[in-house]
Design a protein around this ligand. Sequence first.
Ligand code: FES
Length: 125
Amino acid sequence: MPERHLEPQALCASSELQEGGDAVTFEVMEFGRPAPAFAVRFDNVAVAYLNRCAHVPAEMDWQPGKFWDQDRRFIICSVHGALYDPGSGRCVSGPCPGARLHAIRLKEEGGQVHWYPSDRLQPLS
Ligand code: FES
């Protein structure tokens, strides 16, 4: 059985996540396959999600790291324009209302951001 990692994994420095700024992108293993993910800061809280739209399983940033709508209030999917609440990952407008992005749990402490692996998401080996 492959080794499971459940310890928090280093993601980035807190200073790399600016309110309404570009995302920090990273990769995880989802059920053993690489999957893109991203972290942003909203309302001074660092949040992270798989970079996979809940409408069609596509990456959402047409330009790498650009996930904000014009007002920097919602995460937007560049494919068909779904808007997601950054705090909950819930789609609030567009083709998949109520559907959710897959959230990745973060810990921010001492100027560093870490993400928590799960049974589903593991660090790259
Ligand atoms: S793929 Fe994201 S809104 Fe359709």
